[in-house]
Write a protein that binds this ligand. Structure first.
Ligand code: C2E
Ligand code: CA
Ligand code: CA
Ligand code: CA
Length: 277
């Protein structure tokens, strides 16, 4: 038993070292990802269930490195947050998304919204509203086209500071959404006072709509509450016809997921939108 314990320990520390090395390697490459032009945005359309047209897009970040290959945002975004690299990466994402959508609008492609993910670290960083204002000025994008997807973790810190930032963002005129709604730790009593325009129902609830009636109940309740509070609801991760029909029947405003379209590089997304109209 003693030897087994020793082996377990050794095995554990080898694993730790591997994880630490991978992390260090990722961090070193991530530091240079912008200057080496390794980042790219993909765009996933969102369908308006009332008009049955694609109304908005969500920008999703992709990172491809020569040595590491494609690294999932689920792996590198947390690392970027821990190392502070998310500040420059987040700025790059915001500028790139606004530039691209303005190009599409100039070409007459009828887009009404670009949703951009904003990490809690980025949101709470001093000067975030100023950055948003600057990028809108630089790119010429109308503020109401831009929607910032915030996570509950951004909203649970110092309530007055959060309120100030949200208020300033609303003064600029952008739209505000809460991403992954229902999975975080924020209380409704706190959220009710924030100027939020949209809730995004996490795919965790959408995934089990067929199997677990409770997930349907939660989703319906979120939609009813949002309606009463003048917010819109987008359901994400919609992969089946059943989920789509279910969400349409409970008057979910918008749906997003592989059933409709995967996130695509700019050029392919443009072809997709053209083929739809
Ligand atoms: P998220 O914001 O909740 O984005 C939705 C994720 O679900 C995306 O994964 C998307 O590709 C994926 N997805 C879309 N439709 C479906 C579907 O029908 N089924 C399934 N199973 N998945 C679907 P992705 O692109 O790998 O991004 C993962 C997460 O990384 C995002 O979750 C977001 O939290 C973060 N992220 C991505 N891009 C950015 C960014 O530019 N900035 C920040 N701060 N975070 C980002
Ligand atoms: Ca999102
Ligand atoms: Ca989400
Ligand atoms: Ca998510």
């Amino acid at each position: 038993a003693k030897r087994a314990g020793g082996d377990t320990h050794r095995y554990f520390s080898v694993q730790m070292t591997e994880a630490a090395l991978r992390r260090l390697n990722l961090e070193n490459h991530l530091r240079r990802a912008i200057e080496r032009d390794e980042l790219e945005l993909h765009y996933q359309p969102q369908l308006d269930t009332h008009t049955r047209t694609f109304s908005g897009l969500e920008a999703l970040l992709r990172w491809k490195n020569n040595e590491l290959g494609s690294v999932s945002p689920a792996e590198f975004i947390p690392l970027a947050e821990e190392t502070g690299l998310i500040i420059s990466i987040g700025e790059w994402v915001l500028r790139r998304a606004c530039e691209q959508v303005q190009v599409w609008l100039d070409r007459g492609i009828p887009l009404t919204r670009i949703a951009v993910n904003v990490s809690a670290v980025q949101f709470l960083h001093r000067g975030f509203p100023g950055l948003v204002r600057k990028i809108l000025n630089e790119t010429g994008l109308r503020p109401e086209i831009l929607e910032l997807e915030l996570t509950e973790s951004a909203l649970i810190s110092d309530v007055e500071y959060v309120m100030d930032v949200l208020t300033e963002l609303k003064q600029i005129g952008v739209q505000l959404a809460i991403d992954d709604f229902g999975t975080g730790y924020s209380s409704l009593s706190r959220l009710k006072n924030f100027p939020i325009d949209r809730l995004k129902v996490d795919q965790m609830f959408v995934r089990n709509l067929e199997l677990n009636p409770n997930d349907g109940a939660i989703t319906s309740a979120i939609i009813a509450m949002a309606g009463n509070m003048n917010m819109k609801v987008t359901a994400e991760g919609v992969e089946s016809k059943f989920q789509m029909d279910f969400l349409r029947n409970i008057f979910c405003d918008e749906v997003q997921g592989y059933l409709l379209c995967k996130p695509l590089p700019a050029k392919q997304l443009e072809e997709f939108l053209n083929s739809q109209s």
